[in-house]
Design a protein around this ligand. Sequence first.
Ligand code: PEP
Length: 251
Amino acid sequence: MKKLIVGNWKMNGSLAFNEALLRSVLSGLNANNALAEVAICAPSVFLAQAQSLLSGTACAWGAQDVSAHEQGAYTGEISAAMLHELGCRYVILGHSERRAYHGETNELVAAKAQRALAHGVTPIVCVGESLPEREAGQTEAVVKRQLAAVIHAVGHCTSEIVVAYEPYWAIGTGKTATPEEAQAVHSVIRAQLQAATSHADRVRILYGGSMNAANAASLLGQTDIDGGLIGGASLKADDFLKIIASCPLKA
Ligand code: PEP
């Protein structure tokens, strides 16, 4: 299975910026698109632009959140059906910024994952511990609890999700988990998936947290790291392309 490299643009970009960024990414991708599967997750207002610029290319696109509801009186929300219509292959769910700033619970994240899958959009389920939790030795328990809620909700569709391990303390801070620290948590996640589905080998487990051109190769070289979720570095075409180029030839 090829590695999967996903850019999380967060609340950044403009029509002009996105167009320049995507054109640079696409021209670089033509050279090494065999190395990895690639996607970007843009703010919802730019998804139509992503659809128009990326259709038929080697770069898929997705959103950064979705409503847990099907449709109706939920002002400000965006449904999974809408994402599907805009050609989204992925939606990031349970990002630590949404858990921290929008009070998203494990159960809400699970309900969103169910809704996304029902509309053919692949959830990228983010899990990860805070620094105090890591220091208290709770990393495994926290991550397992977050993932268990999603597995419980989606049942036999567990093999259809993507998981992203993102230690909160490494996001946007320049601090990265060492490859060994990340691998240790990824292997716990793999075991949890194996207990839940006979197709756990199909589930990609991405690492996210200050991945950049310099540290990508050592992280992506770990057995259970199947790709990366890239924040800051996905806004610079050169850096994003270098991360893609760091994927081992035989994943
Ligand atoms: C993220 O937001 O998912 C992320 C990993 O951010 P950064 O790469 O900037 O740490």
